[in-house]
Write a protein that binds this ligand. Structure first.
Ligand code: NDP
Ligand code: X2W
Length: 334
């Protein structure tokens, strides 16, 4: 049994960590922080969590005693919190973008802020970095779009069958966090599909970094906001470097992800509702046209495999628990 703290527990990914950890047999949540709800019962802010006695507390990184802390805080905030935890010997899974990049320059260029505390971290996509995650003190949990996009393209890159991708993703509104904005205001985003940051989204270099670990990859990434609460559906297009049929591509994906506990190669086209609430990534389609354009589709829940579920998967790997502990249940279709 380990003790766990959650900094930023009043937000959406913090709430999802609390929900998922209720069924984790190796973890006790000892601290859930919030500055605005200090002293308020967790169940008041997260109404689905009625069986916890936890109250939010406004404590900083210097006061939390735990074996591991999840920092479910915005980018820019995590870099002020994580170093103190690491100095105190507490292992950390950070859900923000602050520690995802190999080099500080790329972070500063795409996030537009100075990084005041770079640290060594392991990029927390278990399908690529499982061994390094196991011994890491700081795991940088991947972004939600990068999780779906990287998993949709990775087998083709590793098998040297493709090196250029056009990636088009549709995201649910919970990806924007608990605070409403003009983009996420109901009259604006309901009955609507809204492309945003069409060539400049900060997840572009993150996807490129991880897909280019073996061979350099060129890509374009465009997110769209759609009126659903949870989920990211990614459609990745590529012109294959080899003449392959749909069934052959599907076999490559099945072989590549064989044994992966949370990736499923599915018949037909994946849908958001099949993964909702779960840590699964469904991948499918694999259609190829006369020009050797292949289309791969992936579906994840942005708050689970795209954030808190993957963070728990990483914690399980770090502490030698069963990788699926607390996460081995299917989605909520329909
Ligand atoms: N939503 C998603 O689908 C995904 C989110 N992420 C990333 O995970 C992180 C959390 O996201 P999400 O839960 O959506 O965000 P939210 O905005 O919903 O929640 C973040 C919480 O962090 C707390 N917080 C904000 N600033 C600070 C600070 N300076 N110090 C301490 N606590 C702070 C706030 O609580 P309070 O004000 O009460 O203290 C807030 O409720 C972000 O970095 C986000 O980019 C990653 C993948 C997917
Ligand atoms: C709908 C919506 O706004 N989505 C967010 C997803 C960001 C996210 O959650 O990822 P990071 O941890 O990298 O910030 C966005 O596009 O910025």
């Amino acid at each position: 049994m380990i003790s766990v703290g959650i900094i930023g527990a009043s937000g959406y990914t913090g709430g999802e960590l609390l929900r998922l950890l209720e069924n984790h047999r190796e973890v006790e949540v000892v601290s859930a922080t919030s500055r605005q709800y200090s002293g308020v019962p967790v169940s008041r802010v997260h109404p689905h969590l009625q069986d916890t006695d936890l109250k939010f507390e406004d404590v900083g990184a210097g006061e939390i005693d735990a074996d591991l802390v999840f920092t479910a805080t915005p980018h820019g905030a995590s870099m002020k919190i994580v170093p103190q935890l690491i100095e105190r010997g507490i292992r950390v899974v950070d859900l923000s973008g602050d520690y995802r990049f190999d080099d500080t320059e790329t972070y500063e260029e795409w996030y537009g802020i100075e990084h005041e505390s770079p640290l060594d971290a392991v990029y927390g996509l278990p399908e690529i970095h499982r061994e390094e995650i196991a011994s890491a003190d700081l795991v940088a949990n991947p972004g939600c779009f990068p999780t779906g996009a990287i998993l949709a393209c990775l087998p083709l890159v590793y098998e040297k069958i493709a090196d250029t991708f056009i990636i088009d993703s549709k995201t649910g509104v919970s990806g924007a966090g608990v605070k409403p904005t003009a983009l996420t205001h109901y009259p604006h985003c309901s009955d609507n599909v809204i492309p945003y940051n069409v060539t400049g989204h900060r997840h572009t270099p993150e996807i490129r970094q991880e897909l280019s670990r073996l061979n350099p990859v060129r890509l374009s990434f465009t997110p769209h906001l759609v009126p659903v609460t949870r989920g990211i559906l990614t459609t990745a297009h590529t012109f294959l470097l080899e003449d392959l049929k749909q069934g052959e591509i599907a076999d490559i994906f099945r072989g590549f992800y064989d044994g992966e506990p949370f990736v499923r190669v599915v018949e037909g086209i994946p849908g958001l509702s099949a993964v909702r609430g779960s840590n699964f990534c469904h991948i499918g389609c694999f259609d190829v046209d006369d020009n050797q354009r292949a289309v791969i589709v992936s579906a994840i829940d942005n708050l689970v495999k795209g954030a808190s579920g993957q963070a728990i998967q990483n914690m399980n790997i770090m502490f030698g628990f069963r990788e699926v502990e607390g996460l081995d249940f299917p989605g909520m279709y329909p």
